[in-house]
Design a protein around this ligand. Sequence first.
Ligand code: UDX
Length: 468
Amino acid sequence: MRLSVIGCGYLGAVHAAAMASIGHEVVGIDVDPRKIEALSRGEAPFFEPDLEELLAAGVSSGRLTFTTDIAAAAGSDVHFIAVGTPQQSASEAADLTYVNAAVDGLLPHLRAGDVVAGKSTVPVGTAAVLAKRVNPTGATLVWNPEFLREGWAVEDTIHPDRIVVGIEQTDAQPSSEPIRGLSVREPGITWPVAATGPDSSPDTADDVVATMKAVYHPAVAAGTPFIVTDWATAELVKVAANAFLATKISFINAMAEIAEVTGADVTQLADAIGHDERIGRRFLGAGIGFGGGCLPKDIRAFSARAEELGRGESVTFLREVDAINLRRRERAVQLVVDAVGGSVFEKKVTVLGAAFKPHSDDIRDSPGLDVAVRLRGLGASVTVTDPAAIPNARRLHPQLTYVDDRDEAIRDSDAIVLVTEWDEYRRELSPEHASSLTSCRVVVDGRNGWDAAAWRAAGWSYYGMGRP
Ligand code: UDX
C-alpha cells in the first residue's frame, strides 16, 4: 500500500519507519526542513532505540521518503495525521492548530476512496468536526489512536497490544459542544478547499476496516485484538488509557505520602497489592512521579474537555492525580534539604538523570529536571548528568551544570539524587564505587530504584520516596 504520514515528530517518524519496515511505500511529511533532511539521511532526530536502523533500512530500500511538500501525499491509500497536540499556553486544553493545518493542507490532495486516519491524541469530538471538511472530498475519516511508549516506540508500533479504529456511526448522536480551537474559523484566513471532487462512490465501513487491516497486516495476522468502534470511543480510548495510567501512579504516590507519616514501606505495599491480578504490579512505582509529553498534558486536556462538555465533575479526580504528582517533586527537594542539614545553599548536589524516563532523551515535563531546577533555586550548585538528554536539558535550563561522565558528576558531591532510573545509575552504580568518588554519604532515591539496605550497609544515609 502507499501511505502518507503527516507530522514526523515522535509518533509520525516512528510510524512512518515502522510501516515501511512491514512492506508499505511511505512518505513522511513535515513542515520542519531540518527534521526532514535528517530523516531523509536515515537519521533519527531524537533518541529512540531501534529507530535509526529502521529508518536507514527504509530509506535505502526506497520505500521510505520524507518531504516538506504536502502535495506528495497525493495518491496514498491512507493518510495518517500524526502531528502534535500540545497543551495550550493560555489554558490546559489541547492545542489543535497543527491538526487543523494538517487536515486543511491535505484536503486538496485527497481522492474519493482515500482513508484519512487520525493518530494524534485529540479532545473527544474532534473527528466529528474534521469529518465535515474531509467528507466532501469522498475520502473517509477514521480515528486510529496510538499507544506507543517512548523507549519502546518501535516495538509498540510493530507489535501493538491492540489496534483501535473509530469509524463514522450513522446512528450516533455526537455532542454539539464546540471544541476550543477547532470549531471557530478566524476571519481573514482562506482555507484551502478540495481541488478534486469525488470521482467514485465513498468507501463503505467494511471497505475502510479492510483497508486498515491491510495496513497493519502482520499484527492482524498474529491475532492482535482489532477493535472497530465509533469515533468518540476511539478518541476516548486513548485519553482514558493515559488517565488510568496516571491515576495508578498517583494512587501509589498517595500511598507513599501516607507511608511517610506511618513508617510503612510503599515498595513492599506495592508488591503486596500487586499480587492481586485485578490490580497488577506494573505502574505502581512510587517516586517523583510521571512526566513526559503525554500523561501530564493528556490528563489536563481531558479535564478541560470534560468541563466544556459540562461533565467536569466526572473527572475531578484527575485534578487530584495531577496535584499528587506535582507534590512528589516538592517532597524530593525537601528530602535533599533535610538530608544535608537543613539548607542546600552552596552545596554540590548531583542529579542522576534529566530525561523524564530512561531510554529517552525527552525532557518534556521531566520531574527530575524540575527537582534539579528547584534545588538550584534554593542556592544549591546542581550538577546534572544523563546518558542521552543533556543537549536538550542544556537548551531549556542553561543555568544548571551538565557533566557527561557519571563519576565526574558525583565527584566531591554533597548529595546524590536519583531521578531517572537509567541502568548506569540504578544497576551499575554501587555504594562502594560512589564512596570512592565523594566523602558525602547522602543519597536520595527519587525512583526507589536502589537497594536501601546495600547503601546503608556501606555507610550511606539512604532516603527513598515513601520508605522509612
Ligand atoms: C505514555 C503511555 O504509557 C503510552 O501508552 C502513551 O501512548 C503515551 O504516554 P510514555 O509517556 O512514553 O507513554 O511513558 P510511560 O512509560 O508511560 O511513563 C510515563 C511517566 O510515568 C514517566 O515519567 C515514568 O517515570 C513515570 N512512571 C511510570 C512512574 O512514575 N511510575 C511507574 O510505575 C511507571
